[in-house]
Write a protein that binds this ligand. Structure first.
Ligand SMILES: Nc1ncnc2c1ncn2[C@@H]1O[C@H](COP(=O)(O)OP(=O)(O)OP(=O)(O)O)[C@@H](O)[C@H]1O
Length: 250
């Protein structure tokens, strides 16, 4: 189980400071949610963590290892996976084939001593396991383009799981997913809890408060509070800056 430590991270777009001296200690095995109003800088921060976006200053460490200067593929190799933007699902391939490709990418040439049939079986077995963990094994043989939006999101989760992450970055996994699909997704994440470390960006506060061990609140690029869901819910500064406004809108 791996920790993710962020120290004094910064990022500006022109004169706009989007990540402003952010420090975070994500504990091994916890689900750490990052919430905040639109434009607070959540997606920018997660892009800096995944390596998709460089940082102007500060550092990111995976366990003891400083990964600040590593590329996104190198971070994935070390076990840092991002769902849902590292993946591009191939619509004309089946659900199983899409995940098998991710398994193959992870395994590199480690199946090279297998014959073709045995190799395919090993890939499919690993892919089916990831699909089952994402609650989608019953749709293994369906073309990706025929999946519903909610199922598509679960396929993206399965692809991330197939890389066997030690830390998983989840960027609004419930966006556009409603009703039962959202409940299934939350239940899936709940089952995965404790298997690896998760950083969750999500606007759905019910899901956040159900899943997260701790919550950090980002406002104008700064973390204004970190705490348990209960502590965050009742923090007057958080209510004034964000939650009060959200609840009123709801
Ligand atoms: N590539 C870019 N160039 C210039 N400005 C950018 C760029 N990416 C993001 N921004 C700006 O940075 C700020 C933070 O954006 P970001 O998407 O990180 O916020 P967010 O908290 O994820 O928002 P949302 O909740 O709406 O997804 C916004 O003001 C946005 O316009």
């Amino acid at each position: 189980m791996t920790s993710l430590t962020v120290r004094n991270l910064t990022k500006s777009f022109g004169a706009l400071k989007v990540t402003d001296d952010v420090s975070l200690a994500v504990e091994p095995g916890e689900i750490h949610a990052i919430i905040g109003p639109n434009g607070a800088g959540k997606t920018t921060l997660i892009s800096q963590l995944s390596g998709q976006l460089g940082s102007d200053g500060g550092s990111v460490s995976l366990g003891d290892r400083d990964i600040t200067r590593l590329s996104m593929p190198d971070r994935v190799k070390l076990g840092l996976a991002r769902s849902f933007q590292i993946t591009s699902v191939l619509p004309g391939f089946t659900t199983l084939e899409n995940v098998a490709l991710a398994v193959q990418a992870r395994e590199g040439s480690s199946f090279r001593f297998f014959g073709t049939v045995a190799r395919e079986e090993a890939l499919n077995r690993a892919a089916l396991k990831a699909l089952a963990e994402a609650g989608l094994d019953h749709r293994a043989d369906v073309l990706a383009k025929s999946l519903s939006h909610g199922e598509h999101r679960r396929l993206e989760l399965a692809i991330a799981l197939a890389t066997e992450p030690s830390v998983l970055l989840l960027d609004e996994p419930l966006a556009g997913v409603g009703g039962e699909d959202a409940e299934t997704f939350v239940a899936n994440l709940q089952r995965l809890k404790g298997r690896f470390t998760m950083v969750l960006i999500e606007h759905d506060m019910d899901a956040v408060f159900q899943l997260a061990d701790r919550v950090s609140v980002l406002v104008y690029g700064r973390i204004i509070a970190t705490g348990t869901p209960q502590a965050i819910r009742s923090d007057p500064q958080v209510r004034a800056a964000y939650l009060g406004e959200e609840e009123e809108a709801a």
